[in-house]
Write a protein that binds this ligand. Structure first.
Ligand code: DX5
Ligand code: ZN
Length: 223
């Protein structure tokens, strides 16, 4: 079947040098990347804490990259406006953190950002089935969120495959993002299972120069 959607690599800043985030963003842009993935963690939804709207806002002044913001926080409704005002282009909330998910999704769209919903590895696709027409992206977590450098959980490939079939059945254009344990070695297989937006943290930032590493990932997709 021919593919009518783009392949996008979105490096996760979680594995970047936090003391020089502005420089890292400039280096990504220089290397030809178009998206960057921000892992926002609150120490409650996940057992780790990273950054919030002020850091994103400060970096927004210095970068033209598409800010793909993954909110691993409880009750994200409290902060949607803050993240959009900080310059997030896409907000992705966890289904497990939202009691009234349709309300949250509608609010993100009303605020003018693209909207994604993330599913933990064990969370069924049913959680997003009825919302697909409203979603720009579904994030399939392929590790339990909270940390970079974890091992890919194989059963999540079946979820990507079924989600792609659901999207095609509905005639939609929703992106399928895969996050956790993505490498140049498995990226082709993930694409074959329907994913088209690939997050990579440790397997990207650990292997400079970034332009070359970006090419390694994209070349692997062509095979
Ligand atoms: C995990 C984060 C991921 C993580 C990916 O909670 O959502 O974005 O940084 O890191 P790697 O690519 O190292 O698994
Ligand atoms: Zn993430």
């Amino acid at each position: 079947m021919s593919r009518d959607y783009p392949f996008i690599l979105t490096p996760s800043l979680l594995s970047s040098d936090f003391s020089r985030i502005g420089d890292e963003l400039a280096a990504l842009e220089q290397a030809g990347l178009e998206w960057v993935h921000w892992d926002v963690m609150d120490g409650a939804f996940v057992p780790n804490i990273t950054f919030g709207p002020p850091v994103i806002k400060a970096c927004r002044q210095k970068s033209k990259l598409f800010f793909d913001v993954h909110l691993m926080i409880e009750q994200p409704d409290r902060y949607l406006g803050d993240f959009v005002n900080a310059g997030a282009n896409l907000l992705c909330v966890h289904a497990e953190a939202c009691t009234h998910l349709e309300r949250t999704v509608s609010e993100i769209t009303r605020l003018g950002a693209k909207c994604g919903v993330a599913l933990n590895p064990h969370t069924p696709l049913d959680m997003v089935e009825y919302l697909l027409p409203q979603l720009d992206m579904v994030l399939i977590m392929s590790v339990n969120p909270g940390f970079g450098g974890q091992k890919f959980i194989p059963f999540t490939k079946g979820k990507m495959q079924r989600l792609r079939a659901m999207i095609q059945e509905q005639g939609g254009t929703t992106h399928i993002q895969v996050d956790g344990g993505v490498t140049p070695e498995n990226i082709r297989d993930l694409a074959d299972h329907g994913a088209n937006v690939f997050v990579s943290g440790s397997a990207f930032f650990g292997f400079p120069p970034y332009a070359q590493r970006y090419r390694t990932f994209m070349d692997a997709l062509d095979h």
